[in-house]
Design a protein around this ligand. Structure first.
Ligand SMILES: *[C@@H]1O[C@H](CO)[C@@H](O)[C@H](O)[C@H]1NC(C)=O
Ligand SMILES: *[C@@H]1O[C@H](CO)[C@@H](O)[C@H](O)[C@H]1NC(C)=O
Ligand SMILES: *[C@@H]1O[C@H](CO)[C@@H](O)[C@H](O)[C@H]1NC(C)=O
Length: 615
């Protein structure tokens, strides 16, 4: 164990040394060259070309992002099918085949329940696509086999009723059952319309299925990689998620080269994740969406920043149907809504109401907008990944964020903020992170789980710890940041339901990813997080330290800056809440699962043509 840690640290030291040395040339405001960031595809980012040679910027990118987002979402809503024949035609246009049998009943369910985005189910088709090359018999066999694996529960539909199938396993899992129960709850309203079939439900939050690239197509798809009998739940020193993931990459990618998958191939043009960002283009690039498309096959080095590559759970190297709450790029799990998003739970439900079946519309601890504190709030556990191999937890999502936001952080950030003297223009001021963090961040761990180099003492020294708070405490803050843990964040829906604005950073696709619009319903944040200071400066205006350093503390016009940005932030909070009320409802999750079941039933069938719906 100690040996491992040592190797890990030595190796990270060299990696960082390479990174930092190339960061010495700091850019100043006015340099216009947009350095392509390795960390995300440039198309997702605004060109950094807004600067002329002066230090003044006369357009801030955020209003444009918000306006574009609103337009895009309105267009999406307006173009949805209005009738069954339209929906069938749209289905055929998109996927080149007939919809599955039962589509008419599904349509009835969707329209009766006022489902808004009736055509947007690409996620299901995408997740199920690889299974089309298996025959019905092979598909059924794999579903059965998957159910024999540790931490996968089988839900069976039998004579129109969903039941748990009891499978005796050597490995006893404490998490067993909750996700399967959640899935059965979503089936209740339409289970009587479904044929007999089995669903393997992932009992864990983490993705499970990673199929090696060479085995992703037929007939290699059928090569048996796995002995269900001898499958051990954890890695037992014989591999890791990252090793399994690398095998899913095409042979000519960086990740498949053993050495380069461990070093940073872009050390000359870094987007630093592990330290502060100082150049203007680094801190003033706003994500247009969350980082779900980051391709670790091409940027293998970036895997150090994501805990899911260090999970202790052994992944399944064979195309088995496994229904999971989230899907990271490269994984072959089939997405379903998380059980935390429906039903009620004091830790995950907004408006939790123990006396009623449904949660309350307004949470007891909700706070009027103007009384909410203008800081970014986060509380949570040190979850973020496992310990395979150990020693990397400092670079997991939550740890990175907490150190960046620490009140003693040693960095300087370039803050671009509206000039109080010349409204509508933006100037830059370089502010120590320490001061910004003390003013605008309230983020802390509340419990320590998992290992940390140097032990819990080091963990507590380098990260802020605070008392845990009830979920409702969050509503006292205007900004809620939502970060991935072991996998997706189970609190997202509660945050959306609240009157606060949500900032979300994630590398996972979930069932709703195509249904929600970044910059309209929430604020997307890159996996490096560093633009967060400029997000805050736009919506809440320059902080007092920023104004002090800019020598503008005493300018009376300062108070005018705040109002407009605050209205915009409130608009995002409102739109998010409205989204949860109209598109993020439990019945929308049911409509998703219903349609998934129909597609799944067709794959289950021997004669898939007969299992299609024709008007
Ligand atoms: C199929 O698998 C074999 C053995 O692993 C491999 O040599 C071959 O390249 C694979 N074919 C494809 C198309 O990947
Ligand atoms: C931040 O700026 C201050 C003042 O210019 C400087 O002394 C300090 O070294 C800078 N810190 C970092 C980490 O660059
Ligand atoms: C603020 O004022 C101080 C003292 O007058 C000066 O040294 C500094 O350059 C000024 N800073 C800015 C950003 O104008």
């Amino acid at each position: 164990m100690r040996g491992w840690l040592y190797i890990a640290w030595v190796f990270l030291f060299f990696m960082l040394a390479g990174l930092l040395s190339s960061r010495r040339n700091r850019e100043v405001v006015g340099s216009s060259a947009a350095r392509s960031s390795w960390f995300r595809s440039p198309s997702k980012w605004l060109p950094f070309a807004l600067y002329g040679d002066s230090n003044v910027l006369d357009e801030h990118p955020i209003p444009r992002l918000m306006a574009d987002a609103e337009k895009k979402f309105k267009t999406l809503l307006a173009k949805q099918s209005k009738t069954l024949p339209e929906a069938v035609a749209e289905y055929k246009r998109r996927y080149g085949r007939d919809p599955p049998l039962g589509f008419d009943d599904w349509w009835k369910f969707a329209t009766e329940n006022d489902v808004k985005l009736v055509d947007e189910f690409d996620a299901i088709v995408e997740d199920l696509a690889p299974f089309w090359s298996l025959s019905g018999a092979e598909f059924r066999w794999r579903a059965y086999e998957a159910g024999q694996l540790p931490s996968i529960d089988l839900v069976r539909i039998e004579d129109g009723l969903a039941i748990d199938l009891k499978v005796e396993k050597k490995f006893k899992d404490t998490e067993k059952g909750h996700r399967a129960l959640g899935f059965r709850r979503l089936l209740e309203k339409f289970q009587d319309k479904l044929p007999d079939m089995d669903f393997p439900i992932n009992a864990k939050a983490e993705g499970r299925v990673l199929v090696p690239w060479e085995h992703q197509t037929y007939p290699n798809l059928t090569i048996e990689e796995l002995s269900v009998e001898n499958f051990t739940p954890d890695w037992k020193g014989t591999g890791s998620v990252w090793h399994a993931f690398r095998r899913t990459c095409a042979p000519d990618t960086q990740a498949r080269r053993l050495f380069s998958s461990y070093r940073n191939p872009n050390a000359e043009k870094p987007r630093s994740l592990l330290g502060p960002q100082n150049t203007v283009d680094e801190v003033f690039n706003f994500a247009e969406s969350v980082d779900v498309d980051l391709d670790y096959c091409h940027y293998p080095w970036a895997h150090f920043t994501q805990g899911h590559f260090f999970s202790d759970w052994r992944t399944v190297p064979q195309l088995y149907p496994v229904l999971s709450p989230a899907r990271a790029k490269g994984f072959a799990d089939i997405r379903i809504p998380s059980h935390y998003y429906h039903g009620q739970n004091s830790r995950y439900t907004y408006g939790w109401d123990p006396t009623n079946e449904d949660p309350k519309e307004i949470d007891d601890m909700e706070v009027p907008w103007d009384d909410k504190v203008e800081v970014i709030f986060w509380r949570g556990a040190t979850t973020g990944g496992g310990s395979t191999p150990p020693g990397f937890s400092p670079f997991y999502q939550r740890h990175r964020f907490l150190r960046m936001a620490h009140e003693n952080a040693k960095a300087n950030y370039t803050i671009i903020h509206e000039s109080p003297l010349n409204p509508g223009t933006y100037i830059s001021t370089t502010v120590p992170a320490m001061e910004l963090n003390r003013e605008i961040m309230d983020v802390a761990f509340v419990s320590a789980v998992g290992s940390y180099p140097g032990g819990e003492e080091a963990l507590r020294r380098e990260h802020r710890f605070a008392q845990s708070v009830p979920l409702g405490e969050h509503w006292s803050y205007k900004y809620l940041i939502d970060l991935d843990g072991m996998s997706y964040s189970g609190r997202f829906m509660a945050f959306m339901a609240s009157d606060s604005a949500v900032i979300k950073s994630t590398v996972y696709k979930e069932y709703f990813t195509d249904w929600i619009q970044p910059w309209l319903h929430f604020i997307p944040l890159s996996s490096s997080y560093s633009e967060i200071y400029n997000i805050h400066a736009y919506f809440s205006g320059p902080s007092s330290a920023t104004l002090r350093i800019a020598n503008m503390s005493h300018v009376p016009e300062v108070k005018n800056i705040h109002a407009n940005g605050d209205q915009q932030l409130k608009k995002i909070a409102r739109a998010g809440k409205q989204w949860k009320k109209t598109i993020g409802r439990t019945v929308d999750m049911e409509a998703y699962v219903y349609r998934l079941c129909l597609e799944y039933a067709r794959l289950w069938a021997d004669d898939r043509d007969a299992w299609s719906f024709v008007l």
